[in-house]
Design a protein around this ligand. Structure first.
Ligand code: GDP
Length: 299
């Protein structure tokens, strides 16, 4: 479950410290406030969001709710609940058929794994799924995607190693359309600082998708590694500026205490986290539910 994925964040991360701060018998005063400040600013939720939450607490303190730590914790909880409760777009449906999902993210973030998990969910619902091997730059990427396609019961469309990613994706979209596929999930390159600029390539892929099927891509899913903490927020900003992100899959939540990054992404970027990766296996992908998230952290 999502709660299991948040285990470390709750028991080792900033939530453990927040609960320690508010759970004790201390009277709330300025020293508590400065401790709160320190906890939030090191919580991987991003500086702006941390600052805002500190303001919420400060405001409560001013209103003479000084002696009731529970109410301050409650105020922070409510504010976090508000921040993560963004309108969630429908994911993997709503456009097409075929519904075209373009998946972006830097190498190692968990793109291939997440594509495999998504494909498995869809084929499990009886849908016909095509995967497009758009990361032609890394030979191993296509091989890995092939393995996941097989596991998930999806079809893989690939091109020659080092070929033009846009050409592969154009072919894949065309083929998916001809064969009456329900969903096409396209992998893209995630290299940084090599050859042609990545963002230009992604813009081209996006244009080419629209040529192959007007209106595509229906969704651009950014895969982010939660263990990167605040750097993940920076990455999201860059990808969003370049191609416009519709939703986010946050991976490796099971291996980190930095689950607070979800709050920063939602608050700073107003981009909805739709999926969370909670393990390496094919079934380890959960839909993000704002209410469940807040309960798992605070209750
Ligand atoms: P890509 O380079 O973005 O395609 O990344 P991969 O999909 O190859 O994933 C990189 C590594 O992260 C692999 O070892 C995956 O097994 C691992 N991984 C991906 N998602 C998760 C997750 O949710 N939890 C854990 N623990 N590992 C993950």
């Amino acid at each position: 479950t999502l709660a299991q994925g948040l285990d470390r964040t709750k028991n080792q991360g900033f939530m453990a410290r927040l609960n320690g701060l508010f759970g004790g018998q201390r009277t709330m005063d300025d020293s508590v406030l400065s401790e709160l400040e320190e906890i939030l600013f090191t919580a991987d939720i991003g500086v702006r969001t941390a600052d805002h939450l500190v303001e919420v607490a400060r405001d409560k303190l001013k209103r003479a709710e000084l002696k009731d730590p529970e109410r301050i914790k409650g105020a922070i909880r409510d504010e976090v609940a508000r921040m993560v409760d963004l309108p969630v777009p429908r994911s993997l449906e709503g456009g097409g058929p075929p519904h075209v999902v373009m998946v972006v993210g830097v190498n190692g973030a968990g793109k291939t794994t997440t594509i495999g998990k998504l494909a498995a969910q869809l084929t499990g619902q009886g849908k016909k799924v095509v995967l497009a091997a758009g990361d032609t730059f890394r030979a191993a990427a296509t091989e890995q995607l092939d393995v996941w396609a097989e596991r998930a019961g999806a079809q893989l469309v690939k091109g020659p190693d080092g070929g033009d990613p846009s050409a592969v994706i154009f072919e894949a979209v065309k083929k998916a359309k001809e064969e009456g596929a329900d969903v096409i999930i396209a992998d893209t390159a995630g290299r940084l600082h090599t050859k042609a600029p990545l963002m230009e390539e992604l813009k081209k892929v996006k244009r080419v998708m629209d040529k192959a099927l007007p209106g595509a891509p229906h969704e651009i899913l950014l895969v982010l590694d939660s263990t990167n903490g605040q750097n993940a927020i920076q990455q999201a900003k860059q990808f969003h500026e370049a191609v416009g992100i519709s939703s986010i899959a946050l991976t490796k939540l099971d291996g980190t205490a930095k689950g607070g990054v979800i709050i920063g992404i939602c608050d700073e970027l107003k981009l909805p986290v739709v999926w969370v990766g909670v393990g390496e296996k094919i079934a380890d992908l959960r839909r993000f539910e704002p209410r469940e998230f807040v309960q798992a952290l605070f209750d």
